[in-house]
Design a protein around this ligand. Structure first.
Ligand code: 3H9
Length: 682
C-alpha cells in the first residue's frame, strides 16, 4: 500500500499518511504529499484538504535515517511551501505526536485541529539540529517568540491544550472524533480567508526589546558548548529581523552546518543507541515478559525509597519492608515529601500524590512478600548480608517471582547461588537518586532466564527508565569504567595536579561535575569505616580530618554556606605529604595530558568490557555513561567519542602514558581495531 493515499469526502480531499511506525517524513512520504497537493490544486471538485495520519501518530518528524545521505527530492521545505500555497484551505488533523518536520507540516497548513491527547513539539535540538523546514520562522509567527523560543531551544513538546492556549492549534477535540471533526472544520472554513503562517507579522511585533540577549544570558550555562541551541536562537532571532524568505535562507544554512557537524552526528547516534539498548541479544524468539502486578522492596532508605517511587508513579503497588518501624516511618515520610515537592512545582497534580501513596504498603515481615511478582533488595552492600536476604526470599516468595538485587558491584551469580532458583535472579542496578536518574543496569547472571531478562527490560520501559543489559563483573558497565577514571584522577594528584585542575578538565569536556566535586557531593565517607581507617589513602585522611564532603562543609574543596567551592590549602598539604612519602616526583601537568590520562583509560576499559561480553554492543556503554554519569550527549558517549578521536590516536596515547597508568592492561580488542583502522560503532 502507498504511504500516502487520498480519498474524497464530498468536496474535502482527505490525505492519509501511513508509514509505520511513526509516519516519519521519508522521501516517499514527501513525494506522496507533493502529489496529493497537486491533486488538490487541480481538482475543481476539491474545495478543502485534510492531512491526517494513520497508526499511532501524526508525522513524528523527518526520517532521521536519511540524514548524512544524499538528499532526495522533493525536500520537506518544498512540500510545506506547496501546502501553504495551495489555494484551498488545508487542515492538519493531529493525533499522537506532531514532532519536528511533522509540526512544520502542520505549520504549513492553514489550520490545525488536534486530539486532546496529542503533543506538539520541535525536538530537533535533541538531535543537534534546528527545525530545518521553516519551523524557526513559522512557529514564532504563529505563537510569538516568547512561546516559540523555549520550544525550539529545549525541544520539549507541549500538550494539545497548551498548544490551543498559545494559538498553535485552532481547535481541540476528543481523540475519537478527530477525523470527523477535521472534515467538518475544513468544510466550515472553505469560504474564509485562510491564514498563511509565513505571511503573519502580528505576533512578531510583540517581541520585547532585548528579548534574545536576555534569553542567551539566562540560559548560558545550560547551553554552553553546544552548537544547536545557539543556532536555534540565531534562527528565531532572524525571524524577527529578516523577511520570511531571508529568514528561511538563514535557517537552511544553519541547518546544513549543524547536520554535517560532529555534535549532531553524536546526538543522532545517541537516538538510535537508546533504542538499540532495549534489545536483548540471544533472546529465544517469542519470549514474552511476565506480568508484574506487585513489587516488594527491602530497605526504606534513600535507595529503597527512590526505587519504590518509580513503581508507585507508574501505578504499580509496592510492599516495602524494613527491620524497624522507625526506619519505615522515616522512609515513607521521605517518599511523601518528595512527591509533595514535585506537586508544589506543578509537575504532578496533588491527587496524584495521594494515588501514589495509596499504592504503598509497609511491613516489618518478609512474609508479606509472598504475593509479590518481583522483590528488589536495597540493603547494605555486603555479600554475606545479600546472601542471607536472598536465602530468606527464596523460602518466602512464590514460584515464578523474580528476585532482584540492587547491588552496584557485587557478584550477582554468587548472590543467585544462595537461592534454589538462580534463573529467577537478576541485578537491577538503579542509580541515585533512583526516582530521578533515568539509567537502569539490568544485570544478567550466568543463569538468569531469558524470560526474566525480557520482563526486567519491559518493566524498565514501563517505569520510564533507559535500561542497558550488563553481564556480571565488578562494578558492571558504569562503575567499572568510573573506577578507571578515578584511579587516574587520584594518580594525577600524586604527580602534581590539583583537584581543581583535574575537575576543570572534566568540566571543560562538558560534564556537569568533575570527579572530586562528585566525590564531595556523594560524601567521601561512603563505605569508609572510622574503626578500620588506616590513613592509607588521601580520601581516608580527608575523612579522618572531618573533611567528608559537602555535607561537612569541606572535602576535596572548602565550601561556603552557599556551597560555593574553593581549593583548600589543607588538602594541598595532605596531597603533598602523600606524594613525598610515595617518592612521586611533582611536576606541572598539562590539561591535555590530564584529558588523555582520564579519558583514554575509560575507552580502554570500555573495550575490555566489550571483549569480555559484559556489554552487548559499544553503544550500550554510551547510553550508560550518558544517563548515569553526566557524559555530555553532544559528544556521543565514550565509544562514539573514541571513534571521533580515532582509536589509533587513543592507543598511541595509552602507550605514551603506559608507565604512569595505574593497573593498566591494554585491551587487545582496542589494539586490533586501532591497527585495522576500525571504529567501535559502524
Ligand atoms: C526533523 O524533523 C528535521 C526537520 O526539522 C528538518 C528536515 C529538513 N525517523 O521511539 P520509538 C523509529 S528531525 C526515523 O521506540 P515511541 C525508531 O528508531 C526529527 N525513525 O517509539 C524506532 O525504530 P526501531 C524530529 C524514527 O513510541 C521506531 O521508530 N523528530 C523516527 O517510544 C519507534 O520509535 C524527532 O526527533 C524518525 N523521525 O516514541 C522525533 N522516530 O523500532 C523522534 C522514530 O527500529 N521520535 N523512529 O528501534 C521520537 O521522539 C519517538 O520515536 C516518538 C515515538 C515519540 C515519536
Amino acid at each position: 500500500m502507498s504511504v500516502i493515499s487520498t480519498k474524497r469526502d464530498g468536496d474535502i480531499l482527505v490525505v492519509t499518511a501511513d508509514n509505520p511506525p511513526v509516519n516519519a517524513l521519508s522521501a516517499q512520504v514527501r513525494a506522496g504529499l507533493a502529489d496529493a497537493m497537486a491533486q488538490a490544486s487541480t481538482d475543481d471538485a476539491v474545495r478543502a484538504v485534510v492531512i491526517r495520519a494513520a497508526g499511532r501518530t501524526f508525522f513524528a518528524g523527518a526520517d532521521i535515517t536519511e540524514f548524512g545521505k544524499p538528499p532526495m527530492e522533493p525536500s520537506l521545505p518544498t512540500v510545506i511551501d506547496a501546502i501553504e500555497q495551495c489555494g484551498k484551505p488545508v487542515v492538519a488533523a493531529i493525533h499522537g505526536t506532531a514532532l519536528g518536520g511533522g509540526l512544520e507540516v502542520a505549520l504549513g497548513c492553514h489550520h490545525r485541529i488536534a486530539a486532546a491527547s496529542a503533543k506538539l513539539g520541535l525536538p530537533e535540538v535533541k538531535l543537534g539540529l534546528l527545525p530545518g523546514a521553516g519551523g524557526t520562522q513559522r512557529l514564532p509567527r504563529v505563537v510569538g517568540v516568547a512561546e516559540a523560543l523555549p520550544m525550539i531551544v529545549t525541544g520539549a513538546p507541549i500538550s494539545a491544550a497548551k498548544a490551543q492556549q498559545v494559538g498553535l492549534v485552532d481547535r481541540l477535540v476528543d481523540d475519537a472524533a478527530l477525523d470527523q471533526e477535521a472534515i467538518a472544520f475544513a468544510r466550515s472554513v472553505i469560504s474564509d480567508d485562510h491564514p498563511v503562517s509565513s505571511a503573519r507579522t502580528d505576533k512578531l511585533a510583540e517581541t520585547p526589546p532585548g528579548f534574545f540577549d536576555a534569553y542567551r544570558t539566562a540560559n548560558a550555562r545550560r547551553i554552553k558548548g553546544q552548537d544547536a541551541p545557539q543556532a536555534c536562537i540565531a534562527a528565531v532571532e532572524a525571524a524577527t529581523t529578516l523577511p520570511f524568505a531571508e529568514g528561511i535562507a538563514k535557517e537552511r544554512s544553519l541547518f546544513k552546518s549543524l547536520v554535517e557537524g560532529d555534535q549532531s552526528k553524536a546526538l543522532r547516534h545517541v537516538f538510535f543507541a537508546e533504542r538499540a539498548a532495549a534489545r536483548i541479544d540471544n533472546l529465544p524468539e517469542g519470549t514474552q515478559p511476565l506480568p508484574i502486578a506487585r513489587v516488594g522492596i527491602i530497605g526504606a532508605g534513600t535507595m529503597g525509597g527512590g526505587i519504590a517511587m518509580n513503581f508507585l508513579s507508574a501505578g504499580i503497588p509496592v510492599m516495602m519492608v524494613e527491620r524497624e518501624q522507625a526506619a519505615l516511618d522515616r522512609g515513607v515520610g521521605i517518599i511523601r515529601k518528595n512527591y509533595d515537592a514535585t506537586a508544589a512545582k506543578g509537575r504532578i497534580k496533588p491527587e496524584q500524590v495521594d494515588q501514589a501513596m495509596g499504592l504503598l504498603s509497609t511491613s516489618l515481615d518478609y512474609g508479606d512478600f509472598a504475593d509479590c511478582d518481583l522483590v528488589i533488595e536495597a540493603v547494605f552492600e555486603l555479600m554475606d548480608i545479600k546472601k542471607d536476604v536472598f536465602g530468606k526470599l527464596d523460602a518466602i516468595c512464590k514460584p515464578g517471582a523474580i528476585l532482584a538485587t540492587n547491588t552496584s558491584y557485587l557478584d550477582v551469580d554468587e548472590i543467585a547461588a544462595a537461592t534454589s532458583r538462580p534463573e529467577w535472579v537478576v541485578g537491577l542496578h538503579f542509580f541515585s537518586p533512583a526516582n530521578v536518574m533515568r539509567l537502569l543496569e539490568v544485570v544478567r547472571g550466568a543463569r538468569t532466564s531469558p524470560q526474566v531478562m525480557a520482563t526486567a527490560m519491559a518493566l524498565a520501559r514501563r517505569i520510564g527508565k533507559v535500561a542497558v543489559v550488563s553481564g556480571v563483573c565488578h562494578g558492571f558497565i558504569g562503575n567499572r569504567i568510573l573506577a578507571a577514571r578515578t584511579r587516574e584522577a587520584n594518580a594525577l594528584l600524586m604527580e602534581g595536579a590539583r583537584p581543581a585542575q583535574v575537575d576543570q578538565v572534566v568540566l571543560d569536556f562538558g560534564f556537569p561535575m568533575g570527579p572530586f566535586q562528585m566525590g564531595d557531593l556523594a560524601g567521601l565517607d561512603l563505605g569508609w569505616d572510622p574503626e578500620k581507617s588506616s590513613s592509607a589513602t588521601i580520601r581516608e585522611v580527608l575523612c579522618e580530618r572531618g573533611r567528608r564532603g559537602q555535607k561537612t562543609g569541606k572535602g576535596f574543596y572548602d565550601y561556603d554556606e552557599k556551597r560555593n567551592r574553593t581549593p583548600s590549602p589543607e588538602v594541598d598539604a595532605i596531597i603533598a605529604d602523600f606524594a613525598a612519602k610515595s617518592g612521586k616526583e611533582q611536576r606541572m601537568i598539562s590539561d591535555q595530558e590530564i584529558r588523555e590520562r582520564l579519558f583514554y583509560p575509560m575507552v580502554n576499559e570500555a573495550a575490555l568490557i566489550l571483549e569480555e561480553g559484559i556489554a552487548q554492543r559499544p553503544s550500550d556503554i554510551d547510553i550508560v555513561w550518558l544517563n548515569g554519569y553526566g557524559w555530555p550527549a553532544w559528544t556521543g558517549g565514550p565509544t562514539f567519542w573514541a571513534d571521533q578521536v580515532g582509536l589509533d590516536v587513543i592507543v598511541a596515547g595509552l602507550q605514551t602514558h603506559a608507565d604512569r597508568l595505574t593497573d593498566f592492561r591494554l585491551s587487545p580488542l582496542l589494539q586490533d581495531k586501532a591497527a585495522q583502522g576500525c571504529r567501535f560503532n559502524g
